[in-house]
Ligand binder design. Structure first.
Ligand code: NAD
Length: 416
């Protein structure tokens, strides 16, 4: 699906459109087209069977004009430098859209974590950390979890960083377990942000959230928590999926029970009272709100016209291709782009970093209240810009984000 255009090509096309709308000086556009720094590393570890495993990894730092680099680390067989570069660029715009003082980065290792033991993953993480050590740090570049990495991965990064440095530095990474400086609410933050955006979009389209039908692609951290929260708010989750396939029940699924089922069996597939459907069918399910929360390029020119949802809230990064954007816009679908919809994660990561720097720990209510204020403001900023510029929400968000970063670059000037 969607192999025709790489993620970085899509990111460049989006940047070009935003630059034109903003009438950016060509030199500023040239600066933004390429990452400030890309580090490629070969991560070598001893496997459990005694063999040597060699894995390709990278850390891409796109732009830090508004603050230290920030972005997740992904472990997946399909990780490429191209994909990580696109994700780093999207992080730059995302931090600017929600107006937090960070630049964009991303990291990844090409590996299959599902076929690796916990001890192999720990060695992989520690070795990778040691290899990017010189380029990360609390005022330099602050990693976080992404696909198939989690709070335990962040704990190993924090420990490795601290061991090399000689003292504990909790603020070197976010998305940590609460026991070592993680923030309340970080695990659910991305999903809460997605659902807040979907709720605000529902208000704009006169859709009642209570009883609204929801389909979620991907049942990992973002997808499962988004399903759980929107279910708690009274919406009806009728379809979910993971890498093994999807399930559907028009009368509603209980996300908590589906989660238990996945914990026991490894997949949502096979859950009682549900019909097995394909991942494609999840995206095409008749529903009010669709939350793609898996990987890139899932809604593309082959299936965009079959998407029936009124609102699409992008939990994943880059799930919709530009071709598909055009189709959805034409159909009148209200699409909330990734750089706004899933910005709740980096927002609470920022709150975690601030708490760590201040050696403080805020209660959950305070974190969630701050997140709510931030996301609602960003949603309205983007929505109002889309009305003012007569464009879709993606173009509005990109214009807002790229414009803020370009302003910072111009204000800082060039050294020397
Ligand atoms: P995760 O590893 O916890 O979950 C990924 C889920 O996607 C799993 O359920 C997996 O089975 C499923 N999946 C994989 N391939 C699939 C396929 N082909 N079809 C359907 N499902 C498939 O990852 P996550 O942290 O939930 O991240 C999901 C997406 O959200 C990614 O695009 C990530 O970049 C983005 N994101 C995550 C965060 C965060 O805080 N974790 C923040 C912002 C954006």
């Amino acid at each position: 699906m969607g192999k025709e255009q790489s993620a970085y090509c899509i990111a460049l096309e989006q940047l070009e459109n935003a630059s034109e709308r903003l009438d950016l000086e060509p030199g500023i556009h040239d600066i933004l087209k390429v990452p400030k720094r890309s580090l490629i590393v070969s991560v070598t570890i001893r496997m459990d069977d005694g063999d040597i495993g060699v894995f390709s990894g990278c850390r891409v730092q796109h732009m830090d004009a508004r603050g230290p680099f920030k972005g997740g680390i992904r472990y997946h067989p399909d990780v490429t430098l191209d994909e990580v570069t696109a994700l780093a660029m999207w992080m730059t715009w995302k931090c600017a859209v929600v107006d937090i003082p960070y630049g964009g980065a991303k990291g990844g290792i090409t590996c299959n974590p599902k076929q690796m033991s916990r001890t192999e993953l720990e060695r992989l993480t520690r070795r990778y950390t040691s290899m990017i050590y010189d380029f990360i740090g609390p005022y330099r570049d602050v990693p976080a979890p992404d696909v198939y990495t989690d709070s335990q991965t962040m704990a190993w990064i924090m420990d490795t960083y601290g061991q090399i440095r000689g003292y504990s530095v909790p603020e070197c990474v976010t998305g940590k377990p609460i026991s070592i400086g993680g923030s309340e609410g970080r695990t659910e933050a991305t999903s809460l942000g997605v659902d807040i955006c979907a709720r605000e979009a529902a208000k704009k389209t006169n859709l009642k959230l209570k009883g609204a039908t929801v389909a979620v692609q991907g049942f990992g951290n973002v997808g499962w928590n988004a399903a759980k929260i929107v279910h708690d708010w009274g919406a009806k989750v009728i379809a979910v999926s993971d890498s093994m396939g999807g399930i559907h029940n028009p009368n509603g699924l209980n996300p908590y029970d589906v989660y238990e089922h996945k914990l026991k069996t490894g997949s949502v597939v096979g859950y009682k009272d549900s019909k097995k459907i394909t991942n494609e069918e999840v995206l095409e399910t008749k529903c009010d709100i669709l939350i793609p929360a898996a990987l890139e390029n899932q809604i593309n020119k082959t299936n965009a016209d079959k998407v029936q949802a009124k609102i699409v809230a992008e939990g994943a990064n880059g799930p919709t291709t530009p071709d598909a954007d055009a189709v959805l816009c034409e159909k009148g679908t209200l699409l909330i782009p990734d750089i706004l919809a899933n910005a709740g994660g980096v927002t609470v990561s920022y709150y975690e970093w601030v708490q760590n720097l201040e050696r403080d720990h805020w209660p959950l209510e305070e974190v969630n209240q701050k997140l709510e204020t931030k996301i609602v403001k960003a949603f309205n900023d983007v929505y109002n810009m889309s009305k003012k510029n007569k464009c879709d929400m993606r173009n509005a968000a990109l214009t807002l984000g790229v414009g803020r970063v370009a302003d910072a670059i111009k204000t800082l000037g060039l050294w020397p």
